[in-house]
Design a protein around this ligand. Sequence first.
Ligand code: C2O
Ligand code: CU
Length: 484
Amino acid sequence: SSSDSDSGSGSGGNALVSPSGAAVAAAEKKRTGTGRQQQLTLTAAPAVIDLGGGVTPRTWAFDGRTPGKEVRLSVGDTLVAEVSNQLPDRTATSIHWHGIALRDDMDGVPPTTQTAVRAGSTFTYRFIADAPGTYFFHPHVGVQLDRGLYAPLIVEDPKETLDHDDEWVVLLDDWVDGVTGTPDEVFAELKQGMGGMDMGGMDMGGAKFMLMGAESDLLGGDAGDVKYPYHLVNGRVATDPDVYTGKPGTKVRLRIVNAGGDTAYRVALGGHRLTVTHTDGFPVRHREVDALLVGMGERYDVLVTLGDGVFPLVALAEGKDANGLALVRTGSGSAPKATVRPKELDGVITTASQLRAADDVRLESAKTDVTHRIELTGGMDKYNWAINGTPFDMNDTEANPILIEEGQRVRLDFVNDTDMWHPMHLHGHTYQLGASGPRKDTSIVLPRKKLSVFFDADNPGQWMLHCHNAYHGEAGMMANVAYR
Ligand code: C2O
Ligand code: CU
């Protein structure tokens, strides 16, 4: 219906015209809506949240909880979400609907596609969810997602034939506790020069020190005796986990989302193998695996048929020797220790590149109109993460765009020139890994490796391409993909 293509509005009131406004409108017409609307309000505000186990940090959250309340739509429905910014200290915010190919003025990326939502004001997002799948949402300002501002977004397909009895959303997060300032302040300190930092100094602020520790761990360094203190599954610490209760034999669809800012997880369910069915919302040829590597911003749907007993769902933090935990309870038995390591974690850890797109969503890679080389550059010493050597400039966000044209089949060659790996996320589109790999919008590019992806330029506008390590992205490993 025509009202579905109305643009959102904010109390700021300024309509934004992107350079390709007419093309955006044309692309929007192609989206077929059901005409149904779901309306909600999301209030971003300081809150004391309960992570279980007596852990009750004061942080920022949507409607007083982390994760925020799940949003669930049917494909074709219009979401009308009013965000009310009650954050302190004149902190502006936005919401990015991670993975959804919507119109760019609803994509939540200030200042490129909207004006940031000022403290004390509201903004209404309105878009048609035109592809089913597992998504999440978070602010696209600073590293606000790392304070707990995130929630799952599920788009159901009423026509889907996937055989299952129930589902369980599994949201992973690395928790930076004890942050006195905001992560944005932490980040500012990081950017000012990690190189000259005295690792032993106690006056540097706990949070920065923790981030250092986490990053050092990823590098395999030994400075990592200070770590993210908690890894959360569905907002619960491992000593007081979330529990899925069901009957033996139930076929459950797990929708696994990594909302962490700085941590990839190896995910396994003790006593079970996982059948992978979707990557970032798109179907793959089903594949049974022991465990999955889930990078920041990635999502996997898997099926499991539950055994009889009590089973640990473990999210092992990559390089950090710590884990998140949830439990599946279908029978009697005692709960495992919080640090349990199911043997499935010793099996093959499957990554996206080992999967294949389902036949009906596979792109033919033979036809490529243009190739862009996306070099991932920088290092820990200077914390100068960038794309093609130029850090993204938040004050000049349209500089150095990667230019594409509507109708092109675009190939991106990610070339990782660094010793860390980077989950690279493209807004507004899904790409395919290689000639027959899965469709995704976020994929890990391993150190010193190359990854080629393909997508159809079918959604005119301006779109971010960035590392979903929140700190790398903010440091400048981000670029603007713009339609000519
Ligand atoms: Cu989930 Cu540009 O981000
Ligand atoms: Cu990165």
